[in-house]
Design a binder for this molecule. Structure first.
Ligand code: UFG
Length: 337
């Protein structure tokens, strides 16, 4: 299949591109490199044994996208590109609505103009908010508490409406839990710009000596050790979930929603301990106040994805930590090195 991958130079996009190429698909990456490096695509080619094509463009650029569809003639799109920092979204909401919501509308219009009827979308477990208790099944109530979350929620609605109106359109909405880890080769991984927002990249930088210590945001949650529980999924498992979803929506039109997680809740302290074991380094940390907007626990009910996609996460937290250590120690400055 010919697959156009938006945001394919980024963390999850690069790992998914490797899996697509290895399975024999042709890949065109469309990425504006605003939060990624072209070096990741050189390494994707090295790992897959053949390259993805690449166009440097923002998905909101209708003319560039149109040209990409003319030249590449994709059968399907996997749409990763978008902004993803919760805090930034509260400061720059219009940027988030433009680059996430409006750009997705542009993408759907260009797809329709070229008769491309298959799309896999990167949504987030953030849409479950705190309206119900985990494990979250796909039919749990949804909402959002910040502009980033609303963009994911709105795009899901737009995709459902577009699929309802177009009997030829097949949509997979994938709700990611907490992606972690790196390719086992240590050649590609997560390369956050500035101070990492997420737990694992922060822990990795502390272990590597780039930061002095970790702040643990609260130990008074109603959880076994008082710290937040999350569902950490290895990025290669996540990537493989996209291939399963892409194959499944090839069977017919309609809009489908699947959780991609492990179903296994892990605490912040368990993650720190696993990283210490993998790295052999003690991670200094300090318990501080809860981070505004955090929920006590978020983890997936994975039964629908298992049943309908024949997919389940295979890799453990220990493996994800070992792979992150390898990526971090081989690339102390990320792709910039
Ligand atoms: N945490 C710390 N210290 C840190 C960073 C995180 O203690 O320096 C804790 C958090 O409080 C939370 C856990 O580690 O309990 C995980 O936090 P992350 O920031 O790594 O992940 P979140 O679950 O908050 O966020 C992720 C995605 C978001 C998405 C959200 C809900 O990064 O995009 O899940 O699905 F919105």
């Amino acid at each position: 299949m010919r697959v156009l991958v938006t945001g394919g130079a980024g963390y999850i996009g690069s790992h998914t591109s490797v899996e697509l190429l290895k399975e024999g698909h042709d890949v065109l990456v469309v990425d504006d490199l605003s939060n990624s490096s072209p070096e990741s695509l050189r390494r994707v080619a090295e790992l897959a044994g053949r390259p993805a094509e690449f166009i440097e463009a923002n998905v909101g650029d209708a003319a560039a996208l149109d040209a990409a569809f003319v030249s590449f003639r994709p059968d399907a799109v996997i749409h990763f590109a978008g902004r993803k920092a919760v805090g930034e979204s509260t400061q720059l909401p219009l940027l988030y609505y433009r680059e996430n919501v409006a750009a997705t509308v542009t993408l759907l219009e260009v797809m329709a103009a070229h008769g491309c009827g298959r799309i896999v979308f990167s949504s987030s477990a953030t849409v479950y908010g705190s309206a119900s208790e985990p494990p979250f099944a796909e039919d749990a109530p949804t909402g959002a508490t910040n502009p980033y979350g609303w963009t994911k929620h709105m795009i899901e609605q737009i995709l459902a409406d577009a699929a309802a109106a177009d009997q030829e359109l097949a949509v997979a909405v994938l709700r990611y839990f907490n992606p972690i880890g790196a390719h086992e080769s240590g050649r590609i991984g997560e390369d956050p710009k500035g101070v990492p927002n997420n737990l694992l990249p922060f822990v990795a930088q502390v272990a590597a000596g780039r930061r002095t210590g970790l702040q643990v945001f609260g130990n008074d949650y109603p959880t076994p050790d008082g710290t937040g529980l999350r569902d950490y999924i290895h990025v290669v498992d996540l990537a493989q979930g996209h291939l399963a979803a892409l194959a499944r929506i090839g069977e017919g039109a309609g809009c489908h929603v699947w959780n991609l997680g492990t179903g296994r809740p892990l605490s912040v302290l368990e993650v720190i301990e696993a990283y210490q074991k993998a790295s052999g380094v003690t991670i200094p940390y300090q318990i501080v106040a809860r981070r505004p907007g955090d929920v006590a626990a978020s983890y997936a009910d994975v039964s629908k994805a298992e049943r309908e996609l024949g997919w389940r996460a295979q890799r453990s937290l220990d493996q994800a930590c070992a792979d992150t250590v390898r990526w971090q120690s081989n690339n102390p400055d990320g792709y910039a090195g």
